[in-house]
Design a protein around this ligand. Sequence first.
Ligand code: ZN
Length: 322
Amino acid sequence: MPYNSRFLFLFGLLFLLYGGAAQAAAADPAAGYAPPATAPPASPAAKEETMSQLMVGDIAVTIISDGYRDLETKLFLAKSPDQEAAVKEIYPQGRTRNSLNVFLIKTGRELTLVDTGGGALLGPGVGNLPKVLAAVGVAPADITRVVITHVHRDHIGGLALNGVAAFPNATILLSKAEHDFWLNPDNEAQASERARATFATTREMLGLYAGKVRTVTLDEEILPGVALIAADGHTPGHRALLVRSKGQNLLIWGDLLHGLALQLARPDIAIGFDSDPAAAVESRKTLLTRAAKENWLVTGVHVPGPEAYRIRAQGNGFELRQ
Ligand SMILES: [Zn+2]
């Protein structure tokens, strides 16, 4: 693909080293995730890429794999026999290996991260971001902005490294809706025990960047050509990023989809992590429709890869196109 000049880093050893160890049970919206039961085989999974790079006009985007976890597919909210059949057909094993990606955007001299992976919060299968950044010659101190699509721990865990701010020179940007919801003690008091962990982690992680957390309004351009756009439903203030330059567009959709194969074909199927499943379905349909119509490149935190795709409408849903 001409837009996608890719640099393959073969980190098979990482999987042998990091796969397969036990992990304490999760206690927040990521609770359905578990580490892989066994390390992926040495081949061909050992040839997994840990990053790929592409240009969106003048803007360089690196898609970085922070790691992988198994996802139990019963977490998809199949509400009808038809939806249940769709989940079973695509995931007959009841589990799927789920990617955890992070994005690095280079605009001029600015280096901006989008989400941070799980850091030390999710066990040994993830948390590879620092190693991959080092491999591409980026020091943590070089990162000037970190955009958080939403505050689930597989997105904010990497804000900490050994208990301190992993990116000492970075400003943290997130939507005002997300920030205000998760830092509101009244919401926390009313939350389920499971959701309370997210409140605590958010406080802890953002607390490492005291005075350097900035809220962003809808459609605000945070960098030339880069804006946060509405993707409500997964969390109260979940946002996607639209990267535009010289007529090219890349949608970084955060957690708009958790299972690419399923939710492209069936955008009507939500997942248990969604705080408002109906709103999440609407956001998915709206953004996928726009991406297909306007021929955007698309990528997300949980798409297989690290990779970007193009999609087209197909029946009541969508499919990948070459
Ligand atoms: Zn996620």
